[in-house]
Ligand binder design. Structure first.
Ligand code: CA
Length: 225
């Protein structure tokens, strides 16, 4: 997931960033409401952790603007104990949840899991295997900061392989699913597409490999290190 944290208390911000980055999520940060809003308006975050008391522009104003602009990211408000009215106001303005400071790491992670399941943004549909991410919206694959775009057939093949990894997928089944019919010609075509895919996976250093099982089909495996 991609997560934005908007928080002006630098120690808390650093701690939050560490906790979230440790679970493998991508984290961006802002220490004031203006910068936070600017980043949030890109609409690319699954979850935004938004402090209420912020310099520049407060969290509730930022929240109001984001919902006005139809940003669908899930928003978790951070509030101080005394800010009961702000909490209610925040939920009214379209926040998804709130956490009262101070909170435990476990509490934070539980909220993030719940919000992640809710599925904040529509474009966030991805498949992940051993660090390889397939973005169903953009047809891109990425691994370790590298990314490359797939053609429609390559995308569909990899999607099926990732959804059924560790299973041997018969060639016939792949052809039927990707080309929609069985044809003698496609038996060679699928090999060509598999080699395109292997090349792209290698280009981004993905830790998965497509193995051909002679006379049967293909299997996607995680590379051991
Ligand atoms: Ca604050």
């Amino acid at each position: 997931m991609k997560i934005l944290i908007v928080e002006d208390e630098v120690q808390l911000l650093a701690a939050l960033k560490d906790i979230i980055a440790a679970k493998g999520d991508q984290v961006d940060v802002a220490t004031n409401g203006i910068k936070g809003e600017e980043l949030a308006l890109t609409g690319t975050y699954d979850i935004i952790i938004l402090d209420i008391m912020l310099p520049g522009k407060n969290g509730l104003e930022v929240l109001k603007e984001l919902r006005k602009e139809k940003i669908k990211s899930a928003i978790l408000l951070l509030t101080a104990k005394a800010e009961v009215e702000d909490k209610i106001k925040g939920l009214d303005l379209g926040a998804d949840d709130y956490l009262t400071k101070p909170f435990s790491t476990g509490e934070l992670l539980a909220r993030l899991r719940a919000l992640g399941r809710r599925g904040g943004i529509e474009t966030g549909e991805e498949l992940e295997l051993n660090g390889l991410v397939l973005d169903k919206q953009t047809y891109q694959i990425r691994a370790g900061g590298e990314e490359v775009k797939l053609g429609a057939k390559e995308f569909r093949l990899l999607e099926i392989l990732m959804e059924n990894h560790k299973q041997i997928l018969p060639k016939e089944r792949l052809i039927e699913k990707v080309w929609g019919y069985e044809s003698e010609a496609e038996y060679n075509v699928i090999e060509v597409y598999m080699s395109f895919l292997r090349r792209k996976l290698a280009a981004i250093g993905a830790e998965v490999s497509i193995k051909a099982i002679r006379g049967v089909g293909y299997i996607l495996e995680e590379k051991d290190d």
